[in-house]
Design a binder for this molecule. Structure first.
Ligand code: IPM
Ligand code: SF4
Length: 484
């Protein structure tokens, strides 16, 4: 017997057996499936940035092809743009050419482009949801691994390669394969000072950077329901760091409230129709997942990475691991190498590790709630004398404007932070915001491999509140004590 569906949910349309949210999104976009499982999937929306798109447009030009549905794509430059004085243009010639190429390609192929000086410009994964481009029940792709972010809105979203970007531009379809499904059920309540970022880091520490490989992960349970849309996006954003190309959260009132009134979201009767459909975008009771993980978050502590992979993470109250205590020789060597690069001693308490720089921003933590969380810690404080640079970089122009309306820019500035214009900034070394060799940075971004923020730079991934606490203390500090 199938489990009964609640009365308020319209039938989602595929027989009686309970389906996961992923199954529903997948089933409603299949164009054709081959005997070997290769599936042609319909793509509703594509976001495009300057780094992964030039060859795709070049391919179209060479093949004499056009874009099938230009209205389904949105282009924005985010990785290569300066976050300072951008009215004076881009100094670096390679970056300048890349951004000009994106604008030219968008114009040539009739795709909407958000100009660098437009108030809506920002990181592609921040502006998609913000503009209502990201909708529940749709498929969305982008030539960028952190496209998983958009799954927070029950949208089947994943990163693709440049040749696939071209394919989607030309055909609005993508050959791909069905993923396996994993549910991560998060029970309990997050303590004060512990955020979605800590949750994401702790999960990766637990399941490892390959733990989600091949899976579409659905985050569920009371601790996820209690997260804001921003927090859900942070969690889904880092799915890729756990190996999963897709992260998902089912639709609830938080999703619907977030979407209401956004520019590209349906209005009037269409809104009512859309909401009725969106409410079906939940995993049915009794739906089977290929893997299930249950975790209680009630005792979770703020997290800090110590190594060169997001899984190399400990509680802020913890210590840098000792390779000598590791039984597995491969793992021992990894720890040894990471400690060498990071300039850390085995067994060193995390709270004794002093930092040089702080970066608050990125598509993981550059949204308004992230800036509020950091500002709450910074208010009335100054960054420690040893901090040589502290950047606050909103994820979009609209986030920046909202933060300014709330006076957060003043809080950051008075604390000694630089208040920058939106972009990927110091998340990766593709623009002017880079670490110098040996610099140690508390960063709210998502990757910490060798050289990620600049050659020789040392990245510690933390939440916005923890980055602010580290800025004030000059070393990693337990933000729970500051907020207590
Ligand atoms: C440059 C881009 C293709 C890349 C990605 O795919 O994620 C970048 O955004 C990153 O975070 O490393
Ligand atoms: S902010 Fe960082 S992770 Fe996000 S898209 Fe830009 S470079 Fe990639």
């Amino acid at each position: 017997m199938p489990e009964p569906m609640p009365d308020s949910l319209p039938d989602s349309g595929a027989g009686d057996s309970p389906r996961t949210l992923y199954d529903k999104l997948w089933d409603s976009h299949v164009v054709h499936t081959e005997a070997d499982g290769t599936t042609l999937l319909y793509v509703d929306r594509q976001l495009i940035h300057e780094v992964s798109s030039p060859q795709a447009f070049e391919g179209l030009r060479e093949g004499g092809r056009s874009v099938l549905r230009p209205g389904r794509h949105l282009a924005v430059a985010d990785h290569n743009i300066p976050t300072l004085d951008r009215r004076n243009g881009i100094r670096d010639p390679i970056s300048r050419r890349q951004v000009q190429a994106l604008e030219g390609n968008a114009r040539e192929f009739g795709i909407a482009f958000v100009p660098v000086l437009d108030p809506r410009q920002g990181i592609v994964h921040v502006i998609g949801p913000e503009q209502g481009m990201t909708l529940p029940g749709t498929t969305l792709v982008c030539g960028d691994s952190h496209t998983s972010t958009h799954g927070a809105l029950a949208c089947l979203a994943f990163g693709i390669g440049t040749s696939e970007v071209e394919h989607v531009l030309a055909t609005q379809c993508l050959p791909t394969r069905r993923m396996r499904t994993m549910r991560i059920l998060l029970e309990g309540t997050l303590p004060r000072g512990v955020s979605a970022k800590d949750l994401a880091l702790a999960l990766i520490g637990w399941i490892g950077t390959a733990g989600g490989t091949g899976y579409a992960v659905e985050y569920a349970g009371p601790a996820v329901r209690a997260l804001s849309m921003e927090g859900r996006m942070t969690l889904c954003n880092m799915s890729i760091e756990a190996g999963a190309r897709t992260g998902l959260v089912a639709v609830d009132e938080v999703t619907i409230d977030y979407l209401c009134g956004r520019p590209a979201v349906p209005r009037g009767a269409l809104w009512d129709e859309a909401v009725a459909h969106w409410r079906t975008l939940v995993s049915d009771p009794g739906a089977r997942f290929d893997r299930e993980i249950v975790l209680d978050v009630t005792a979770l502590a703020p997290q800090v990475t110590w190594g060169t992979s997001p899984e190399m993470v400990v509680d802020v109250t913890g210590r840098v691991p000792d390779p000598a205590a590791e039984a597995d020789p491969a793992r021992r060597e990894q720890i040894r190498r990471a400690l060498g690069y990071m300039g850390l001693r085995p067994g060193q308490p995390m709270q004794e590790v002093a930092i040089d720089k702080v970066f608050i921003g990125s598509c993981t933590n550059g949204r308004i709630e992230d800036l509020r969380a950091a500002a709450e810690v910074l208010r009335g404080h100054r960054i420690a004398p040893g901090i040589r640079q502290a950047l606050a970089v909103p994820g979009s122009g609209l986030v920046r404007a909202q933060a300014e309306a709330e006076g957060l820019d003043t809080v950051f500035r008075e604390a000694g932070f630089e208040w920058r214009e939106p972009g990927c900034s110091m998340c990766l070394a593709m623009n002017e915001d880079v670490l110098l060799p040996g610099d140690r940075c508390a960063a709210t971004s998502n990757r910490n491999f060798e050289g990620r923020q600049g050659a020789g730079g040392r990245t510690h991934l933390v939440s916005p509140a923890m980055a602010a606490a580290a800025a004030v203390a000059g070393r990693f500090a337990d933000v729970r004590k500051i907020l207590a």
